[in-house]
Design a protein around this ligand. Structure first.
Ligand code: FAD
Ligand code: N01
Length: 533
């Protein structure tokens, strides 16, 4: 019998294993992929890179690790992030407790023994069933690809790829006619790279996204030095900040109370700084439509200035949702790509893809397109997808999937009523995908480690969220989201990208710092809202 079973070996699973071992617990990690790294193992599409500065998008738990690891770019690319996570696995000797190519298919709670029975599948060994006191789902918020369900998809004669499952050996598109479906972050990054070598590129866009320049560059040695000297303070600042990023200074200035010239100067400064800066230019843009439309207008003008063909530019300007309510994209020359003669943009917002054909695709209007290769950049079944693909059953054999039929319900995004000793990392109802996720992951892992220590110190066996605490938290998550403009977009935050998925705003918009303080307060008050036995 194990103390802890951990599902997933990305940022979350690796740190969890390290912490559990540090507590003297026995733990095993099961990972479906044949390597560690999670997101950075799977998403190998051209141009994949982080959109939070590398100094910040990294573990803070170990001083020596931070001293020895040097990032090469302001925004690390996927290969470097994967090297980093492999380095972490080696440095902390994690591999001996990680079973790769092993998918967890079910996790069943046995009330008689208060243990989780976790069953795995492995193509080589056939899989096994293990028992553990605790089960932690470190399965990732963006790890279940949105499967292409277009009619005729199997008939396409050329190769097709999903950005989230990119071949390890890479793909050579030189001179080829390539189609990309989607214009989210994965698409925007890959389109920019793919356009460099293709013969022809056709982009099928259902909804345009706002994208801002990254201004990526080699890491500035002065920044490295600054971080080295002030690391403890900066890391702590991130933990208590709004979205876990120090580089984004919080502001109280209001767009609607700033005159036009000054406002423009602020937006221009944010644009020049790059990355998410413009997402936090004014305090009122996330909650007030009039303030929001000023930021939206600024970015729209930038798009019109960059893209030479006015018709194409207009198609690229988002018009159907407020700025920042779909995840802001961060690019390296995305809009410029549409000035290339061999790149075209097809607006499918009112003329959807009817079928994939052997040589291309056809829209509802009958318009047909031919190409040699197809890239699905259609995103993920976010936040709940990976969990719902596992048969998770709690007390009375109740299935998590059934409980979440109308949308996920958790207490703090950490635990679910009826599922004792089952923890989620960055689960729905926590800041998770609205934050620098490494900061949020470390907070959850530390909270879980402290919780298990607390139980063991008092010879307690189980912890479970109470239904009342869960109801109140779900209501609070909704209330806070409803006070913002977020619910006005058809985003994956709401599950809108997956047909049939319940429309519920899943992440917690209350902020990383306030959320952390709330979680700490719960602990300080004898794990308020949890039943311990
Ligand atoms: P993951 O990295 O997703 O790892 C989960 C692992 O669990 C996966 O390896 C998966 O194979 C495994 N797994 C799932 N189900 C099972 C199962 N049933 N059995 C066995 N194994 C299973 N976040 C940011 O903060 N900033 C960014 O710039 C950023 N960029 C991103 C770019 C891309 C392309 C994507 C897809 C996401 C990005 N994210 C970003 C979010 C990113 O997912 C997190 O930052 C972080 O990597 C999540 O780590 P994790 O360990 O929680 O999950
Ligand atoms: O996925 P997405 P993603 N027909 O869901 C379209 C993180 N990330 O993989 O908007 C036609 O954003 C869909 O259209 P619509 C980041 O958090 C970060 O790009 O639903 N089109 C959309 O355009 C990000 O937000 C980085 O109308 C269809 C696209 O496909 C998250 O991961 C890089 C369709 C999917 O966009 C997900 O990003 C990559 C259909 N049936 C990812 N179905 C960084 O830069 C979907 N689409 C750090």
């Amino acid at each position: 019998m194990l103390d802890v079973v951990i599902v997933g070996a990305g940022f979350s699973g690796l740190y969890l294993l390290h912490r559990m071992r540090g507590l003297g617990l026995t733990a095993r990690v099961f990972e479906a992929g044949d390597g560690v790294g999670g997101t950075w193992y799977w998403n190998r599409y051209p141009g994949a890179r982080v959109d939070i500065e590398s100094q910040e998008y990294s573990y803070s738990f170990d001083e020596a690790l931070q001293d020895e690891w040097q990032w090469t770019e302001r925004y690390a690319a996927q290969p470097e992030l994967l090297r980093y996570l492999n380095h972490v696995a080696d440095r902390f000797d994690l591999r001996r407790d990680i079973s790769l190519e092993t998918r967890v298919v079910s996790a069943l709670y046995d009330e008689a023994t208060s243990r989780w029975k976790v069953a795995t599948e492995n193509q080589k060994t056939g899989g096994e069933t293990v028992e553990a006191r605790f089960c932690v789902m470190a399965t990732g918020c963006l790890s279940s690809p949105n499967e292409p369900k277009f009619p005729g998809a199997d008939s396409f004669q050329g190769p097709s790829y999903h950005t989230g499952r990119w071949p390890h050996e890479g793909v050579d598109f030189t001179g080829k006619r390539v189609a990309v479906i989607g214009t989210g972050s994965s698409a925007i990054q890959s389109i920019t790279e793919i356009a460099k070598s293709v013969g022809e590129l056709i982009v099928f866009q259902r909804t345009p996204n706002y994208s801002v320049p990254a201004h990526n560059a080699p890491v500035d040695p002065a920044v490295v030095e600054y971080w080295r000297e002030n690391r403890a303070e900066l890391r702590q600042k991130a933990r208590l900040s709004g979205i876990g990023i120090v580089a984004l200074e919080p502001t109280e200035r209001l767009a609607l109370e700033t005159d036009e010239a000054e406002r423009r100067a602020v937006y221009e400064a944010c644009w020049a700084k790059g990355g998410f800066a413009i997402g936090a230019a004014f305090a009122d843009q996330g909650v007030d439509l009039a303030a929001n439309s000023l930021a939206a207008g600024f970015v729209a003008d930038k798009i019109r200035a960059i893209v030479k063909d006015p018709e194409t530019a207009e198609k690229l300007v988002p018009k159907s949702y407020p700025f920042g309510t779909k995840r802001l994209c961060v690019d390296t020359g995305y809009y410029e790509v549409f000035n290339q003669d061999n790149v075209s943009l097809v607006d499918i917002s009112s003329d959807p893809i009817e079928t994939i054909t052997p040589t291309g695709l056809r829209l509802a209007s009958g318009a047909a397109y031919s190409f040699d290769a197809l890239v699905y950049a259609i995103g993920f079944d976010a936040m709940t997808g990976a969990l719902n693909r596992i048969d998770i059953r709690g007390k009375g054999g109740a299935a998590l999937k059934d409980k979440w039929e109308h949308g996920p319900r958790t207490y703090l995004g950490l635990m679910v009523a009826g599922f004792p000793n089952l923890f989620l990392v960055t689960g729905p109802g926590s800041p998770s995908v609205l934050s620098n996720m490494v900061v949020s992951i470390e907070q959850h892992v530390d909270w879980i480690a402290d919780c298990i220590t607390h139980l063991n110190g008092r010879q307690l066996t189980t912890i479970e969220a109470t239904p009342e605490a869960e109801d109140a938290w779900v209501a609070h998550v909704n209330e806070v989201a409803d006070a913002t403009l977020y619910p006005q977009a058809n985003s994956w935050y709401l599950g809108a990208n997956v047909p049939g998925k319940p429309r519920v705003f899943m992440p917690y918009v209350g902020g990383v710092g306030p959320y952390r303080e709330y979680c700490d307060d719960v602990v300080a008050n004898d794990y308020r809202g949890f039943a311990l036995s």
